[in-house]
Design a protein around this ligand. Sequence first.
Ligand code: SF4
Ligand code: SF4
Length: 159
Amino acid sequence: MANENRAVDHNFKYDVAAQPGGEQIKFCFSCGTCTAGCPVTEVDPRYSPRRIIRQVLLGQRERVLSNPLLWFCETCYACSAYCPQNVKFGDVMRALREMAVAEGYFQPEFLQRVRNVDRLSHAIRLELIQAALETRDQSDMSLEGVAAAVAQKIKEWKV
Ligand code: SF4
Ligand code: SF4
């Protein structure tokens, strides 16, 4: 078993709180509201904002900063909107990513790649909404019907 993920760093939460955006993390009381409203958790339950915060508060520095799930957040800020403690987890996540790069768990180029993925995914969403608008008068508005229309739209894209 890997022992490195078991190491406890009691300064970790203070280091996160010292980062821009990380200041509020100490106010989390693990209610789970952020996880319940996270669209990423909805499609992949391995991703849990509440669990990540818990690991930070427990001092699991390497486990958190080396975790590929850090990059799953799509910075929609739904978690920040509903948090009763104003933790602003979306900002905490940005701080954690910066720390993960600064401490060598991920290359700086990877941060830029994720930013590019985010930009592209937003552009794709607009295209998909456009495809849905174009098919809104069709009788088949089931998920499968919309998916078929979207697939047709994707075929038409020039990349
Ligand atoms: S909603 Fe706020 S207080 Fe509740 S677990 Fe998430 S960050 Fe912590
Ligand atoms: S900002 Fe990230 S963690 Fe928060 S709800 Fe959106 S995807 Fe989930």
